[in-house]
Ligand binder design. Structure first.
Ligand code: MN
Length: 301
C-alpha cells in the first residue's frame, strides 16, 4: 500500500528529542505502536523517548508486552514539559503538554485534529500503520517486528473477528508470519487472553473488564468475559444472580454483561440487566462493546 505521509527526517530531527505518547489507559496497540515508532526513529538517528503518564494500563496489556520482552513501567514518567514535541499514537487528542507534530491513528473522527500532520487509516491497528511507515522508510523488517504488530492487530480486532478487521491486512500478515514460521493461530489465541473462569471468584467473573458510566444521571456498568467455549448454564445463573445483587447494593440502573466465545464457533451473548428486567441478545460474531453496544445504550438514555 502506498504511504503518503510527510515524514521529513530533517524536520523531525529539528524538534528532537521527540516524545512518543500512547493514549491514557494505554492498551496493547498504543504501546506497541510507540515501541515500533521508537525503533524507526532510532533507525533514522532521531532522538526519541516513549512517555506513559497515566499508570492505569488497560487490563492484560502488561502480559502481552512481557511476552514480547518489554516492561511497561520502563516508560512511566511524570514530568510534563510544554516545550516538548509529541507524536500521538492510537489517539488524536491529548491533555498532556507539548506541541503535537504527528498523529497516527486508526480511529475515525469528525472533530478537527490539532496536530501539524495527521495520518488516519482504517487499519486493524495503529501498529500496522507504523509497519507501513517502516517499509516506506526502507527500514529492515524482522521477525520481532512482525510479531509485535501481529499481536496489536489481533488484540484490537478480537482475534481478527470484529468489524474493524481489514481482510487485506490479515492476508499480508499471514504471509509474513509464514515466512518466519510463526503460527497465526497461536498469536491469535495468545492475544485473546481467554479468561480461565475456573480460577476466578464470582466477583472477578462479574467485574472483569469493568467500565462505569453515568448516562443522564443513571448509573450504568458494563463488564465481560472471554471464553473459548460456551458458558455452562449453572455458571450463567450464578453470574446473573450476583450481578442482580450488585445492582441492588450499588444503586446501579443497568448492568450490561457480555460473554464472548472466541472459539471457531464465534458468538457474543449480551445480558442487559436492571433490578426488574433481563434482556438477552445473541450475535454470531464478536460485537464491539465500545463501538456497537455502549453507544446504543447511551442513546437509550
Ligand atoms: Mn488501536
Amino acid at each position: 500500500m502506498a504511504f503518503d505521509v510527510k515524514f521529513n527526517k530533517d524536520e523531525i530531527a529539528g524538534n528532537a528529542p521527540i516524545c512518543l505518547l500512547p493514549h491514557d489507559n494505554a492498551d496493547v496497540d498504543s504501546v506497541i505502536s510507540c515501541i515500533m515508532l521508537s525503533k524507526l526513529l532510532d533507525y533514522m538517528d532521531i532522538e526519541n523517548k516513549i512517555c506513559i503518564f497515566d499508570k492505569n494500563i488497560a487490563s492484560d496489556t502488561d502480559e502481552i508486552l512481557k511476552k514480547l520482552g518489554y516492561n511497561i513501567s520502563d516508560y512511566f514518567t511524570s514530568d510534563e514539559d510544554k516545550n516538548r514535541t509529541l507524536i500521538l499514537l492510537d489517539h488524536y487528542e491529548t491533555k498532556h503538554l507539548g506541541d503535537v507534530m504527528f498523529v497516527f491513528d486508526h480511529h475515525y473522527t469528525t472533530s478537527s485534529v490539532k496536530s501539524k500532520y495527521y495520518y488516519y487509516q482504517p487499519s486493524c491497528a495503529t501498529a500496522y500503520i507504523i509497519y507501513s511507515l517502516m517499509k516506506f522508510e526502507n527500514m529492515p523488517i524482522d521477525e520481532h517486528i512482525v510479531k509485535m504488530f501481529a499481536y496489536a492487530m489481533s488484540v484490537d480486532t478480537v482475534g481478527f473477528q470484529n468489524n474493524k478487521t481489514v481482510e487485506d491486512e490479515v492476508v499480508e500478515l499471514k504471509c509474513l508470519l509464514k515466512n518466519y514460521n510463526i503460527d497465526f493461530e497461536t498469536i491469535r489465541k495468545e492475544s485473546l487472553l481467554v479468561n480461565d473462569i475456573s480460577n476466578m471468584s464470582i466477583e472477578e467473573i462479574i467485574n472483569n473488564g469493568r467500565k462505569d458510566y453515568t448516562f443522564n444521571g443513571y448509573k450504568v456498568v458494563s463488564s465481560y468475559i472471554q471464553l473459548d467455549k460456551e458458558l455452562d448454564d449453572s455458571i450463567k445463573k450464578e453470574i446473573l444472580k450476583n450481578i442482580l445483587k450488585s445492582i441492588s447494593n450499588t444503586d446501579t440502573y443497568l448492568w450490561v454483561y457480555i460473554v464472548y466465545n472466541v472459539s471457531s464457533n464465534t458468538n457474543s451473548h449480551i445480558y442487559y440487566m436492571t433490578l426488574r428486567s433481563l434482556l438477552e441478545e445473541n450475535y454470531d460474531y464478536i460485537i464491539s462493546r465500545g463501538e456497537d453496544i455502549i453507544p446504543k445504550v447511551e442513546k437509550y438514555f
